[in-house]
Structure formats: C-alpha cells, structure tokens
Design a protein around this ligand. Structure first.
Ligand SMILES: Nc1ncnc2c1ncn2[C@@H]1O[C@H](COP(=O)(O)OP(=O)(O)OP(=O)(O)O)[C@@H](O)[C@H]1O
Ligand SMILES: [Mg+2]
Length: 256
C-alpha cells in the first residue's frame, strides 16, 4: 500500500463515550466507554449477546445510542447517517461475507476502491489508474493474487472472507471494524487471517471482534472484554487469559 502512516491528532481516533443502546428496555450496550487510537489494533471478545456487534452497529450509525455519544477524530458522529459516517472514514465488515459473487476478485476490490459510490454501476468504465493500483496492492496484501480473475462466487469460504477484508481495506477508511473475520474458518485459514490483519496495523486502526481465542492470541493486540453491554476488562491477552473474573463470564464457569 502507498498510504502514508496515519497523522497524529490531538484527539483519539474514536471515543465511545458512555454509550447506552436500549432495545425496548433491554440495554444491549450499557454505559460503554472505549477509546481507540489511530493505527492501533483492538480485539473485542465476550460471550454471545455481550453487545459486540451492537457496538459496531452503533459506531457505524445503524443503531442509535439512547445515551452517550461517539466521537471520531473529536467530531460527534452519533447523529450522522451511516452514509456520512462511512464518508468520514469508518468501514465495517459484517459477520457474513458480502462479496459480489458474479464479479471477479479484482473487480470486487475496484468497486470498494471507487471513492464516488454513485459511479458503482459504471465503475468498469471509470475506474481510475489510482483505484486500479490500489486494488492490485490490496489483492497482494490479502494474498489473493492467484485468484485475481476468478469469480468471487468460486472462492472458498476463507478466500471470500479475505476478499471482504480486502474490500474494507481498499476503501482506505482510517478505522476498520471486522466482525468475526474467522467465522467458519479452519486453523490454517485463521492463522493467515491474523497475518493479514496484523499487516494493517499502523495504516489503519482496526477493531476486531472474535470468539476464537487462538486467533486473538495470534493477533496480539489490546484485548477488550465486553459483558452485558459494558466494558468488563481490558489488557493484553496474557492478562485477560489469567483473569478469573473473565474466565467466569467468558467461559460461563469459574476458572478451575
Ligand atoms: N435490533 C435488536 N432488537 C432487540 N434486541 C437486539 C437487537 N440487536 C441485538 N439485540 C440483542 O442485544 C444483545 C446483544 O447482541 P449482539 O448481537 O450485539 O451480541 P454479540 O456480542 O455480537 O453476540 P455474538 O457473539 O453472538 O455475535 C443480544 O441479547 C441481542 O439479542
Ligand atoms: Mg455478534
């Protein structure tokens, strides 16, 4: 990638400031407070239903906070539309792959790289040289060079996930939200995914949600544990692994 390293600013990249999300009386997020710095890697773990996906939905503007606010580079984005938030530089990969199966791998990346989304329908005619270079760079970053001209629909499950990570990266968003990038992957594919994600640190801030503890260990980032919509603990994976309270909530039983 030719992107410059992220420029330092006075504000943290993202502040989730005492955010509560209320679904008809059920608090999926409950006074959640979390700060992400530019270029950092944060891994969010926690039991099913802890609020991890809701946190991403709220950052991207798909779900609204009933209390608190979300600041991106110091700007309050809590009231902006999802479209405007994406424009500001936040991009989210969903739990299930969302590639365009009828298009080739490189064309999927080109679409993602196209800055002006109104031209999506005619991107083939308008893809600039710059977008093409970016798409080729990302292709290499996610290790899909040999699959460049294959239809996305022909890819294996793991390859589809890597393509989708590539599509998120190709947007050049400063903050990437990856919700369960190893879902359905075997051990070797998860290891490769960890390498890909680690390759993004510095140029992007990355927030990864995952259940696979081996993968989280391989990532080696700052680990945040969510529980009942609240930030329960944070620290290195070694600290989190050795924490009895985390074991109790995350594994559903006290550590033996
Ligand atoms: N739109 C909604 N309306 C009502 N309740 C919701 C809605 N979305 C999520 N929830 C509830 O909020 C809680 C948090 O859900 P969320 O999907 O954020 O959890 P998660 O940590 O991502 O879980 P998982 O590990 O299973 O993906 C769950 O109890 C879920 O049922
Ligand atoms: Mg989820």
């Amino acid at each position: 990638m030719t992107l410059p390293d992220v420029a330092p600013t006075d504000h943290p990249l993202l502040r989730i400031e005492n955010v509560t999300v209320d679904f008809d009386g059920f608090k999926a997020l409950n006074d959640l407070d979390l700060t992400l710095e530019a270029g950092s890697l944060t891994v969010v773990i926690g039991p099913n239903g802890a609020g991890k996906s809701t946190m991403c939905d709220t950052v991207i503007g798909r779900v609204r906070a009933s209390e608190g606010r979300i600041l991106f580079r110091g700007e309050d984005i809590s009231k902006l539309s999802e479209h405007r938030i994406v424009e500001r530089g936040i991009c989210r990969k969903f739990q299930t792959p969302g590639v365009l199966i009828g298009l080739s791998v490189i064309d999927n990346l080109l679409i993602a790289a196209a800055k002006d989304r109104r031209w999506w329908a005619s991107f083939m005619l308008r893809a600039s040289g710059e977008n093409r270079r970016k798409a080729e760079e990302v292709l290499e970053l996610v290790g899909l060079q040999s699959r460049r001209d294959a239809l996305a629909g022909e890819l294996s499950h793991g390859e589809k996930q890597w393509l989708e990570i590539g599509m998120v990266v190709a947007t050049e968003a400063e903050l990437l939200l990856l919700d369960e990038p190893t879902a359905g992957m075997g051990a070797a594919e998860s290891t490769r995914t960890a390498e890909i994600v680690r390759g993004l640190i510095g140029r992007h801030a990355v927030l990864v949600i995952d259940h696979d503890i081996d993968f989280v260990e391989q990532l080696g980032g700052h680990v945040v544990v969510l529980h009942q919509g609240h930030l329960f603990k944070q620290g290195s994976m070694a600290q989190i692994r050795g924490d009895d309270e985390v074991a109790a909530i995350y594994l559903g039983r006290p550590k033996s």
